[in-house]
Design a binder for this molecule. Structure first.
Ligand code: TYM
Length: 332
């Protein structure tokens, strides 16, 4: 049995990238492993310091997690801020994380470019908080998309360093997990790379987007005037559409448009219409389940209360060992 942990920031709702990268496949793991799924609300303060929309997003995301198939009787589904032990572990990990390695982290450099006016200490120590999320349950498998690979590498470094520094063996090495396959990277619609809530605009297809919204976003996706030579390599922004299609459409559909690309007869309008039909068919049952679950606030609160209780129990056990290893003893 493995301990599996998956987390998502509530700065926006769940999009197709989150769903395919960090959620859908892992729902199957609930029967054989102890799984923790959580919403990283404290992390989101690093970019959105005012928590004004957080609570609504969190409720919607809990409904989205449940609609994706998480069974709260098998797995713990909780909100990060309901488990204060995580913050205590984060503080201890900060003491063993070095400025140089934190500054070199790609996500920090990226944020330094995107929000130069709010380059706060939380952004710098973001990998320590993420490590605390994982190490608090001594998780060994962490379902993530490709963009989180470096954070996982840093978590391993912090875990090993802690064990060495305090001459203990409290933390196992967690690995980024995707059933032994390459980690997933679902591209966005604007040609810029990954589908992500921080990319803004029409880049993301959200699980809760209504069909007319999905259609508008897909029909506007970046394309060009089409290939001029047979069997040309596809530019990234066209490849992106094919990658999304591979995730939601039948292989014959992808092969059909691939052939059309290769013989230069592709009509992007047709491809986008087909992509819309397939994305919509993929998301419709999910969207309906989300609406159904979201309307029951009492149930959502019960689920996260139960999840937090389980998470705190596991966290409490880890923290007893951590405090002992560090040498923190109370006089009370
Ligand atoms: P976040 O909120 O940006 O994304 C949540 C998860 O979704 C994955 N993901 C993607 N996968 C494939 N294609 C995409 N386009 C795509 N976009 C997002 C991410 O890899 C991630 O797994 N720091 C994390 C949240 C976090 C966390 C953790 C994750 C905090 N603590 C502990 C795992 C373990 C983040 O910002 O993910």
């Amino acid at each position: 049995m493995d301990i599996v942990l998956s987390g998502i920031r509530p700065t926006g709702l769940l999009h197709l990238g989150n769903y395919l990268g960090a959620l859908i496949n892992f729902v199957k793991m609930q029967d054989e492993n102890k799984c923790y799924f959580f919403i990283a609300d404290i992390h989101s303060l690093t970019t959105h310091p005012l928590a004004e929309h957080l609570q609504e997003n969190i409720k919607e995301m809990i409904a989205e997690y449940l609609a994706a198939g998480i069974d709260p009787e098998k797995s713990a589904l909780y909100v990060q801020s309901d488990v204060p032990e995580i913050i205590e572990l984060y503080v201890y990990l900060n003491m063993n994380a070095y400025l140089g390695e934190l500054e070199r982290c790609t996500s920090f450099k990226d944020k330094a470019r995107k929000q130069p006016d709010n380059l706060n200490a939380g952004l710098l120590t973001y990998p320590c908080l993420m490590a605390a999320d994982i190490l608090i349950h001594r998780a060994t498998k962490v379902p993530v998309g490709k963009d989180q690979e470096q954070h996982l590498e840093m978590t391993r470094t912090f875990a090993n360093r802690f064990n060495r520094m305090y001459n203990c063996n409290i933390f196992p090495e967690p690995t980024a997990y995707n059933f032994g396959h390459e980690l997933v990277k679902i591209p966005g619609l604007d040609g810029s790379g990954k589908m992500g809530k921080s990319e803004g605009g029409d880049n993301c297809l959200y699980l809760s987007d209504e069909p007319n919204v999905l259609k508008k976003k897909i029909m506007r996706a970046l394309t060009d005037s089409g290939p001029t030579q047979p069997n040309q390599p596809k530019p990234d922004y066209i490849n992106n559409l094919f990658t999304i299609m591979k995730a939601v459409s039948a292989p014959e559909t992808v092969a059909y448009f691939d052939d059309k690309w290769n013989d230069c007869s592709i009509r992007y309008g047709d491809m986008k219409k087909q992509l819309f039909e397939d994305v919509n068919a993929f998301l419709t049952p999910l969207r309906e389940r989300i609406k159904d679950i979201r309307s029951n606030d009492e149930y959502l609160a019960k689920v996260v209360r139960q999840g937090a209780e389980q998470a705190r129990e596991s966290a409490r056990k880890t923290m007893i060992e951590v405090r002992k290893a560090v040498g923190i003893k109370s006089l009370i």
